[in-house]
Structure formats: structure tokens, C-alpha cells
Write a protein that binds this ligand. Sequence first.
Ligand code: SF4
Length: 428
Amino acid sequence: MTQVIEIHPDNSLGCQEPKLIQERGQREVFCGLTGIIWLHRKIQDAFFLVVGSRTCAHLIQSAAGVMIFAEPRFGTAIIDERDLAGLADCNEELDKIVGELLERRPDIKLLFLVGSCPSEVIKLDLSRAALRLSHQFSPNVRVLNYSGSGIETTFTQGEDACLASMVPTLPKHTTAQKQLLIVGTLADVVEDQFRALFSKMGLEHIEFFPPRKSTQLPQVGPNTLFLLAQPFLADTAKALEDLGAQHLPAPFPLGAMGTRAWFKQAAKAFGVPNDVFEAAIEAPQKRAIQALSKHRAELKDKKIFFFPDSQLEIPLARFLHHELGMQLCEVGTPYLHRRHLQLELDQLPANTRIVEGQDVDEQLDRCRASNPDLVVCGLGLANPLEAEGYTTKWAIELVFTPIQGFEQAGDLAGLFSRPLIRRLKLVA
Ligand code: SF4
């Protein structure tokens, strides 16, 4: 059976620094518009209006292709190429589209204007447009803006940009009561489990950001301690710190170890007695360990190679190595926030090759040379690698699937063991 190993914030396991390489070559990563796919499901009264081209519309339609809604919560205002003289028309057109949308959809309380490559290229100032429209539709609708442009953002940075744009609108927390804020989009089912576990530890003043309703924004102030639930929220964390909130450094809640360590940091910060903490997590932790043991047999000693995509790569590598016995060939990540990831980096085996950024051809060569059993990558690389005989896992699934917490640990392991089992069946 899998053992729970404590994650030691003081690095007392004695791992050497992992090997960090930076690459600045050609990238194969989604743009930040992709985040709309999970954000629109989370904030139920928000609408995401992409100001972009037909390419942008196709991207989010195909990424969300499996979902059919009677009332979709995202759309694209198509802007064609035009010269600077055409900018005034562009603003007029945008105002008209927003006016029609809000008239048709009184359920929308928060509208995001999401910038894209074309809006950047023609220098359409979406922050001014958001101010203008917010003023016009106040107090029924708040209009915010952020960029999901592929020039500025990759994949999960879209969520960071979205949440950071909301931070200045959060109400102030002014009382002396310490409160815990969980930051990062989690599936509702995971959020409910986390709230129940915190409650068992006696912690009741818990808020989640983003909230399910834009009218239920959490308060933030100097007595707010926040835990990141996702490793890609650098700008959001910085904006919260600017309001006086304090970040609680913790590993991320992936796998039994990560989830235990994540809860433990909160318990310590709020003075929860150790026996209360252990009693609260005992049953779910046991279920997680049992669920993982089934997958360990499939994954132990298998080699895995991560291309940079979701920024979840480092916590996932720690989970797969420590709890499932996988060998790490290379761990690529689009960006590495040293402070937020330090407790994760401390747990990786010495000399793990960590690559920040990408030079895709070089990385493909290294991937082939290391001959991994499983490759985690974006959709663009998965098909060619499968054609070469490699088994792949689409990184995007790791963002769309609920994977955090004790109850999801087995499902998370299954996302890695299933492709290997499928490949074995095909070969047999
Ligand atoms: Fe493509 Fe840029 Fe639109 Fe993303 S924002 S779909 S990278 S044009």
C-alpha cells in the first residue's frame, strides 16, 4: 500500500536543488482564451465576450465543443482588420453588441471583455471600454476586462488574468477576525469537500475565489490568509498581497501527500490542534491511499516526460514520483514561480530536469532520446507523438477534470494509468 510521506516545508528530506533550464524558442501552447471554458462554468452569472477574430471563436468553440448550453455564457465579438481610423467604429460596434447582449440576458451580472491578439494588434483599449460600459450599465452589471491573447498569455494564464482583474473589485475585510481564502477555480464538488473538511477542523470562516456568483465576492484585507489551489496564479496572488492579504506557502492539493500538506499549512496557521487535524482527514486520506495503490502497480517505474502546458506540471511530477513511483525524464513548464512552487521543487528528486519555457524541436529530440512510457503534452504534439508510437496524455484534461483533494486522488492517478493500459491492450 502507498505510504503517506509528509511534505517538509524545511526541505529536511535533503533533496538537492533540481536542475533548472530556461528555453526561449518556439512554443506549442494554447492561448489564455482557453481558461474561459472552465471559468464560465464556475462563475454562473458571468459572461465572457471575446473581442477577437474568427480564429478565436473557433478555438473556444472547439475547446468547448462537447458542451451544449441553452444559454451559453461566452461568445465572440468578431473584429476585422482595420486601420487606426476605424477604431471609433470598433468601439461603437462593441458598445452595440454589449447593449444587445445585456438586454437579451438580464441574468448576466458580470461581463468580461476578453482581449485577444487582433484586439491588441489594432490597439483597441478594452480597459477604457470596460470602464465606459460599467458606468453605462451600473449597478446591474459590472464590466471588467483582461487579456487572453496568445501574444501575452498561455493557457492557464487566462485564469490568472481573469481573477487578477476581479481583485480590485473585492470588498474590504476590516474586522480583526482571521479568515481563510482559497484562491483558484475548483470544481464545485471539490469546493464542497474542502469546505466540509475545514469545518471538521473547526474552521468556518472560509471563502473561495472565484465565487460561484459574482454577487458573492469574498472580502479581503490584512487579516486574510490565502492558500493557492492552483499553481498558475502569480498575478492574482500579487494583487491580493497588494490589498494586505498574506499568502500561506503550501504544496498543491494533488494526491494524498499534497492534499494533506495543503490542509496542514492552513491548520497550522489557524492553530488547529494536531489531533483535530488528524481526525478530520483520517478517513478521506485512507480512501485516497487505497485508491492510489490500485494505480501504483501500473505506473511504478514507468518513465514520464512533461511538455510545458498547464503549469500544473511540477506538482503533478511530485505526485507521480512520490505516490506512484514514476520516473521523471523531464518536467517542462511554461513559467515557474519560484516562491509559489518552492515546496514542490524541494520534493523533486535531485537532478530532475526542469525546463521553463520551450524550444519545441529541441524538446522533441530530448523526449525521443529519453524514450518515455508516457508523454504529457498539448493537443498539437499528441497526434504526431502517438503516430511515432508514444503514449500520450492531453494536458488540457488535467485542467478540465476535478483532480484536487483526497477523494479525487484515484481519478487523478487514473488519468495517467488509463492511457498506458489502453496502449498495452492495443499491443497485445
Ligand atoms: Fe489565436 Fe490569438 Fe485568438 Fe488565441 S487570442 S485564438 S492565439 S488569435
